[in-house]
Ligand binder design. Structure first.
Ligand code: G1P
Length: 304
């Protein structure tokens, strides 16, 4: 069977980063466990994958990430305690993540960047196309259907249609584009989808090929591993850049697509994004909306 016809059933989620922007919290607890309300942010990433049909999730992890492994495992003692106390809703909450996917852990012992992290998943992926989800980017299309939410599904559906490497992008205006990988567009494929002609990691605002920034969802073909293997460590960052490997793949194959994301994005990699997520999720939560709106209104009044 040709790779291109295979279904996307595996996803890589790199979680080896140090989370320095959240120190001292991240001295002992992975930043992926930071909650939005009561739910660890990684749960939204896992559900984005599972709701897109992913069965196997490969975490690329590092030292001090044990909480993540425990979170994706069942916890019979706590399950029994909750059962004895007839706390069924809470029981279902803790049983959910262990039951919806298979979890595989591979280690990235030296922090050599995103490209290297993806390369570490090579043997768990094998020779098939796969999804890549970055844990910092929580993406929401529709708060009303939050449990079915999946942005990755849009990319998986596009892959089924075109069988192309596909990257999610978002319009970012002004100098903020310098914090992202940025794509250049060759032509429109259809509404919201583009064939690319370049990818540049964190360009200078003046040299950015467009205002379309790469955000954390990709469908990659196994050929990308060959490009990653040949990628040199970037002397400026000390990292192997995934964007550079995809750029070389694009030059050889001319078949990388980008899909435009129009929903809400929360950057859980920094404290302001984390705060914004708390507010929006609380305002969109049946249980908290009313009371929290009042609290917020009072705060805004106080600011005025
Ligand atoms: C990574 C990617 C970058 C992308 C960004 C999205 O950068 O290298 O291309 O735009 O994620 O969040 P990082 O934020 O890890 O520096």
């Amino acid at each position: 069977m040709k790779n291109s016809k295979q279904k996307i059933t595996k996803a890589v989620i790199p979680v080896a980063g140090l989370g320095t922007r959240f120190l001292p919290f991240t001295k002992t607890i992975p930043k992926e466990m930071l909650p939005i309300l009561n739910i660890p942010s990684i749960e939204y990433i896992i559900k984005d994958a599972v709701n897109a049909g992913i069965k196997d999730i490969i975490f690329v992890t590092s030292a001090r990430k044990k909480a993540l492994a425990d979170y994706s495992d069942s916890y019979p003692w706590l399950e029994n305690e909750l059962l004895k106390k007839d706390k069924i809703a809470e029981l279902n909450l803790i049983k959910h993540i262990p039951s919806i996917a298979n979890y595989i852990f591979v280690r990235q012992s030296v922090q050599l960047g995103l490209g290297d992290a993806v390369l570490k998943a090579k043997y768990a992926i094998g020779n098939e196309p796969f999804a890549l989800l970055l844990g910092d980017d929580i993406l929401i299309n529709d708060f009303k259907n939050i449990n079915k939410n999946s942005i990755l599904k849009e990319l998986v559906d596009l892959y089924q249609k075109y069988q192309k490497t596909t990257i999610l992008v978002q319009q970012i205006e002004g100098k903020a584009i310098e914090k992202y990988g940025v794509v250049g567009v060759q032509k429109n494929i259809d509404k919201n989808n583009y064939l690319l002609n370049s990818l540049v990691e964190k360009p200078n605002f003046k040299n950015a090929p467009s205002n379309l920034a790469i955000i954390g969802r990709y469908i990659l073909k196994p050929e990308i591993f060959n490009y990653l293997q040949n990628e040199e460590i970037d002397p400026k960052t000390g990292e192997i850049q995934l964007t550079n490997a995809i750029s070389k793949y694009l030059k050889d194959n001319n078949d990388v697509y980008a899909h435009l994301f129009k929903g809400r994005r929360y950057d859980m990699g920094n404290i302001l994004g984390f705060l914004e997520a708390q507010i929006d999720f609380a305002l969109n939560n049946k249980k908290y909306r009313k009371v929290f709106s009042e609290i917020l209104k009072n705060k805004i009044e106080a600011i005025k």
